[in-house]
Design a protein around this ligand. Structure first.
Ligand SMILES: [Zn+2]
Length: 308
């Protein structure tokens, strides 16, 4: 099993990958066909991105879903930077609220989380744009929403002979939802300028729209076994009273805790799970849309030894 981390790393961490496996056996036409047939929202991202090669380069022929959730995720970042708006699941877009870049740095919340690769990649200072700029935390929340949605619908549409999927698709969105929720909580508790800013109508609407979609996609994934390894730790955190109360005051409704995702995974579904590696990916900087080379995919492999 591989755990995928997709992030907006700073330019300069770039390395190469993503092309070789697709080139070895060209599964790309079949992958796009599969996307079109089974994952209309993911296919909409493929249709929308002007640089088809960028999308296709993320396809990985040796992954169960051809790496399509990753391709959709990274392409969402690409489109977001290009149009200066978040492309929404289900269609439409929201102009990026640049005022949130003046909010406190998301890295200040890192200590609230047990250390793991998601925290290191997205919240530790110097790792990714999202650690210093809340705008990129929202960018990741949206990208992971598209990502998990693609994974869910592809999983549900696969034929029995395709077998199970062994990628931790749910972990990323669970992590980003927790990061946003605990960010809101800290703002409410001790960051008055950010707290006021989060409740400004344009910002609040953006958070509400992105959060609502994340919530629905997360809930839709809960019945799928083998879809998460670290998801429950994050979900428990985001379901705590403090983050829920803060979010409630921003989105003007009670957030929905994806409680079904907290049910124990059936024993049979856990058997044979070996976590073989991690794949941090991606890099987006403002105004870098025209330069796909600034997106990067770093690969680090090593066994996860624990289930948190
Ligand atoms: Zn990302």
């Amino acid at each position: 099993m591989r755990l995928l981390l997709r992030s907006t790393f700073l330019v300069g961490l770039a390395c190469t990958a993503g092309v070789s496996s697709a080139a070895a056996t060209d599964c790309r036409p079949a992958a796009i066909e599969r996307l079109q047939a089974s994952a209309p929202e993911g296919f909409a991202i493929y249709q929308r991105i002007k640089d088809k090669k960028f999308f296709l380069n993320w396809i990985s022929c040796d992954e169960a879903q051809f790496g399509l959730p990753t391709a959709v995720h990274e392409s969402v970042h690409y489109i977001t930077a290009e149009i200066d708006a978040f492309p929404l699941l289900g269609g439409g877009q929201l102009k990026r609220p640049h005022e949130v870049s003046a909010f406190f740095a998301p890295s200040l919340t890192a200590e609230r989380f047990k250390n793991n690769d998601f925290v290191t990649s997205y919240l530790r200072p110097g790792a990714a744009s999202s650690s210093s700029d809340f705008l990129y935390l929202l960018d990741e929340l949206n990208a992971y929403t598209h990502d998990l949605n693609t994974a869910v619908v592809l999983s549900r549409s696969r034929s029995p002979v395709e077998g199970g999927d062994e990628v931790d698709h749910r972990d990323g969105l669970a992590a980003l939802m927790a990061f946003v929720a605990l960010y809101a909580e800290r703002a409410a508790d001790s960051e008055p300028a950010t707290w006021d800013g989060l409740r400004e109508p344009h910002v609040a609407k953006t958070v509400a729209e992105l959060w609502g979609r994340a919530e629905k996609v997360m809930a839709s994934s809960c019945g799928i076994p083998n879809f998460g390894t670290r998801d429950q730790v994050f979900i428990r955190q985001l379901c705590q009273r403090g983050p829920q109360a803060a979010l409630h005051r921003i989105i003007h409704r009670a957030p929905v805790c994806p409680a079904a995702c907290l049910k124990p995974t059936p024993v049979a579904a856990r058997e044979g799970r070996l976590l073989a590696g991690a794949t941090p990916t991606g890099s987006v900087q403002p105004n870098s849309a025209a330069n796909p080379a600034s997106w990067s995919r770093g690969i680090s492999r090593g066994p996860w030894s624990e289930r948190q």
